[in-house]
Design a protein around this ligand. Sequence first.
Ligand code: ATP
Ligand code: MG
Length: 910
Amino acid sequence: MRRSAAPSQLQGNPFKKPKFIPPARSNPSLNEEITKLNPDIKLFEVATSKTFLQSQNDPRKCSLNLLPTEESAREINHGDNYRGKYCFEACAMATLGPHHTVHSATKEITVSKGQEEEPAGLVKYFSVVWCKASKKKHKKWEGDAVLIVKGKSFTLKNLEGKDIGRGIGYKFRELEKIEEGQTMMIGGKEIEVMGIISPDDFSSGRCFQLGGKSPAISNFCQAAKKCFSNPLKSVYKPSSKENRQNSFCKCKPRHDPCAPNSLVMLRPDSRHQWMFNTNCFPLVDVVIDPHLVCHLRPHQKEGIRFLYECVMGFRVNDRYGAILADEMGLGKTIQCISLIWTLQCQGPYGGKPVIKKTLIVTPGSLVNNWRKEFQKWLGSERIKIFAVGQDHKIEEFTKSPFYSVLIISYEMLLRSLDQVKNIKFDLLICDEGHRLKNSAVKTTAALVSLSCEKRIILTGTPVQNDLQEFFALIDFVNPGILGPLSSYRKIYEEPIILSRQPSASEEEKELGERRAAELTCLTGLFILRRTQEVINKYLPPKIENVVFCQPAALQIELYRKLLNSRAVRFCLQGLLENSPHLICIGALKKLCNHPCLLFNSIKEKECSSSWDKNEERSLYEGLINVFPADYNPFMFTEEESGKLQVLSKLLAVIRELCPAEKVVLVSNYTQTLNILQEVCKRHGYAYTRLDGQTPVSQRQQIVDSFNSKYSSDFIFLLSSKAGGVGLNLIGGSHLILYDIDWNPATDIQAMSRVWRDGQKHPVHIYRLLTTGTIEEKIYQRQISKQDLSGAVVDLTKTSEHTQFSVEELKNLFTLHESSHCVTHDLLDCECSGGKDHTGDALEKFPISRSCQLGPHPQKSHSLKPLSMAQLKQWKHFSGDHLSLTDPFLERIRENVSFFFQNITNQTTAI
Ligand SMILES: Nc1ncnc2c1ncn2[C@@H]1O[C@H](COP(=O)(O)OP(=O)(O)OP(=O)(O)O)[C@@H](O)[C@H]1O
Ligand SMILES: [Mg+2]
């Protein structure tokens, strides 16, 4: 019998020992075994189904009948061989003539009669190739698989992790004898054992990766950190003396690798040289331009090394992608600029540049930021970059050989994809690339179609702890590295998720953890994430405050009324399917920002034709009567909103105490920004504004102007969702988050705009929350959902805010009027937190109380959302505490029921 090879045979199965037995040859040792076997007719029982099947295969062979898959069952159970409940396999070895060559598959594996004791926990794993049972002479191995033998049972999994055969109730003594080279029938499939898999390789999932069609991630981390003794000797084969002399002259490193503080890239290993240095150029050190190196922080140097090794394919064979996921503000831009500049001028083989053209795709608001950063670090002479904009059409880039870097927004890329496709790019950088987490979206498809191998994703926003989104990002930078999605789900996602279920068995937990660890290990080769801590020492102090603002009387009255509405009561009945809970939540959030926003919504709805059937009617019914009869939303007052009162006082005190400092004022809603803008006007504060409506072409100009020390703007009104990502707003040193988002990442994004490299002043951050309301609940949800996994990346899942249990809704729709801070009440803190007690307690125990002591020793300065436990370590006090040392808080205390405060880089703070 001749069989064509399965993928692993073609590629070389790493689990297969050298002693390979070709399909058509017998295994003598097994033949010996076989002759010892009982020649009697064997009964094969498929334990689960209690169905016995007769092999349709060579009658001389015994079947090891695993539970047949539907497919195999169909194949086997045709015709009259099927005996219903009991079938017999006529497999008498004695009937075989001496001339018959017997495959190891003829080894009989019989059903246990129950006398044998199964050694506890004995599990063996084998890499096998399989094909459907057939009588054909020329069989074809159909695929690689993993055979798991546990005690008396078997499972056969294909390399996508799917079960393709299963059976129990066999004699474990015989199972013990399975060995390499053996062929056998299982579940209607013929298999050949190619090798033994270690438990470690199975539990890590590596055997699935390496077994066959999955890409080889064989040469994991570069062992080649060591320098070659004499690289030139090993690869350089000059054809003549002259040639050699010429080459040597040309092949000097561009910068001196031995100079003090030089940053020299890793040299390629021999495999890489063999693959890529086909012309046998001498090896040349790639050295980062000292002009750049003198500015680089240590983590940035490390980041450049990492990027270089990834895109050169040093870290994973034949893969050229990387994800740089440094937290916000760590300088991902300068790391990429250094890489581009280096690869464009240098290369390890004869010094020849590795890339010619680079494409940078970025959110619209950052196109010009990239251009500016290039200019900042490289000046305008070294490198010619082209930023696509209204006045800079992509045609210019196409026509001119002059430019080597094209910067384009995601939106523009989609519009001009055909033109972009015509240009050959050697390096693709996707800034804020977490948007590629869905492979079905157009942008991802467009970028994939560019067929550029060297791909880098930059993201400061945590890669969400969603294993499928994670897959999409990985698969984008290094296509196919985790195999197809279906196998990834079986091998990684399912076991990992299963292991996290409360009901998971110890075995499931262990497997899930191992798979997660393996996934981290695989992907860790080309994902780099550093936290804020690495840069803290270069930054000024940061004083973060969570300010619980007392709601105004009008707000409380309206809030009560909303909670008593038919709509809210309906939500609490538990009929969640058509529940208008999102509308109710939206209304409460608006009310917290300012009652006039709610007033506007009611009026709008009243005028709309759908008002009668609208669920909002049941929410807003009677609400308008709570407003004064002559209420004019355009004439809103600050006193009508607790937060607005606090904001107004805060702006005044900043203006007074730090006249040279500026404020970034953030909201997620355009309508709220309108109110805040009106407040600026009323107080005569010069402001500028950036939201979703701001034309992309103007954004950088607005940012630059605000950051300029000559700017008279006092306030930068920012819609964080619309345009906050990636912006540098270091001109501002006070940042006020006026409202809260369900997703902590949105708020962290906003907060990171000011506390970043280049900031000169201590940074003050104020998060305003209305005491006892839904805003506190959202905040609690943000902080209690901390660090759900740690499984693959250190990152936290976005709070899902559309699904709530009735219990959660009850909690959301409660107003805590008597509490000074519900969040503190939940902290289980030693101090009462109450107005009277806090004041006394602070004076009595100013230092010893754990809740007052500021930073926790293990507190992380990373930008991960805060946890409840961490919050408890923050300094906290009620608004009427006698002596507030912070002059800003002192001024707003009248309207504040509670504060939390934390200071990072405390030395020179306030
Ligand atoms: N080594 C450095 N020395 C001085 N300033 C630096 C350095 N590295 C970066 N910066 C500055 O720090 C600011 C933040 O850098 P950058 O915009 O690259 O951050 P990022 O990592 O992309 O953050 P985000 O995720 O928010 O986009 C920029 O103004 C940049 O010029
Ligand atoms: Mg950035």
